[in-house]
Design a protein around this ligand. Structure first.
Ligand SMILES: [Mn+2]
Length: 318
């Protein structure tokens, strides 16, 4: 438990509130959806009028998670309390930003995040789902059902790349044990939510990976998903992120960058690193951020110039 005082404050705020909004980030990943829906279910069972809100729909790969029908289903006009989960920047709450002007809590695991809530509970764990499980165990343990455990495991197993990333520690595995104890089928969730993808997505990744650009003595690999290639395989921008794992498996590569064209000359950039190379420092140069080994930012302009800027930023951080 990181800080029991803040945790007690969070429980107190929840107890005092009747209508609670739980908000996660735009383009939600497994950790965002798992942490938001699990907390939504627990607080609903605890007797709160609770909504799980997100300014983006569920991606294809997450569309059938438990309680998906309650994702971004708004039932209240106003709220007494807003809780953000897995949100590192206020802009990532999208149209729900103003909910955080009032009583608010942020629960997150991103280093160097912007504090935008009244109470900020930040613990640099492997996933936000780990922190949510701690909170559930601390105050709501009777509501840790199998479905809630499934949601938390989905966040845990996807945000850790199947317990393979640098920041995975003993506590991550202890969380997994607690969830497996509830009857979670770890293998099937790992396969379904982390490994398996639509065939078209795998085919698109294969083409993009085969055209990877290697720079800086092959210590940097860059993947480029243009609008054209997304259209060719009928994929959307949520289906590019995992391809980077392929180039990270190259022995020489220390930094992998995946560039996705959102629309004309606007790019979403994902940065992955090995060991002590700081992805957060690279992303910060362009107003982005995240973790030491996984960060992101946005860049606009000509793709050649975007790549040049990124190569230069990486060269300073290798
Ligand atoms: Mn996360």
């Amino acid at each position: 438990m990181k800080d029991q005082k803040i945790l007690d404050k969070i429980i107190e705020l929840i107890d005092k509130s009747d209508k609670i909004a739980i908000v996660t980030h735009i383009l939600p990943d497994g950790d965002a959806v798992g942490s938001a829906l699990s907390l939504w279910k627990v607080l609903t069972d605890y007797g709160k009028k609770c909504d799980c809100l997100c300014d983006s729909p569920l991606s294809l790969s997450l569309k059938d998670v438990p309680f998906n029908e309650f994702f971004d289903k708004k039932t209240q006009e106003t709220y007494d309390l807003a809780i953000s989960v897995d949100v590192s920047e206020p802009t990532r709450t999208g149209k729900y930003r103003s909910l955080f002007d009032g009583n608010s809590i942020s629960i997150d695991h991103h280093k160097g995040r912007t504090a935008f809530s009244k109470v900020n509970y930040v613990d640099l764990r492997s996933s936000t789902c780990e922190i949510i499980l701690d909170i559930i165990n601390y105050a709501f343990s009777q509501h840790l059902t199998k479905d809630v455990a499934d949601l938390l495991y989905i966040g845990l197993v996807t945000d850790t790349g199947g317990f393979a990333y640098e920041y995975v520690d003993q506590r991550s595995h202890e969380c997994a044990i607690k969830l497996l104890d509830k009857g979670v089928n770890g293998c099937s969730l790992y396969r379904k939510y982390f490994l398996e993808k639509p065939t078209q997505e795998i085919r698109m990744h294969a083409e993009v990976v085969s055209k990877a650009i290697f720079e800086l003595s092959s210590e940097l690999a860059i993947l480029v998903f243009t609008k054209e290639i997304l259209d060719k395989y009928k994929c959307d921008i949520t289906q590019t992120s995992s391809a980077i794992g392929n180039v990270m498996n190259c022995q020489e590569v220390k930094v992998g960058i995946s560039i996705t064209e959102i629309d004309n000359r606007r790019f979403k950039v994902s940065i992955r690193t090995k060991g002590t190379v700081d992805a957060n420092a690279i992303a910060s140069e362009f107003g982005g951020g995240g973790h030491v080994n996984a960060s992101g930012c946005r860049l606009n302009g000509d793709i050649g110039i975007v790549i040049d800027k990124l190569v230069f930023a990486v060269s300073k951080n290798l």
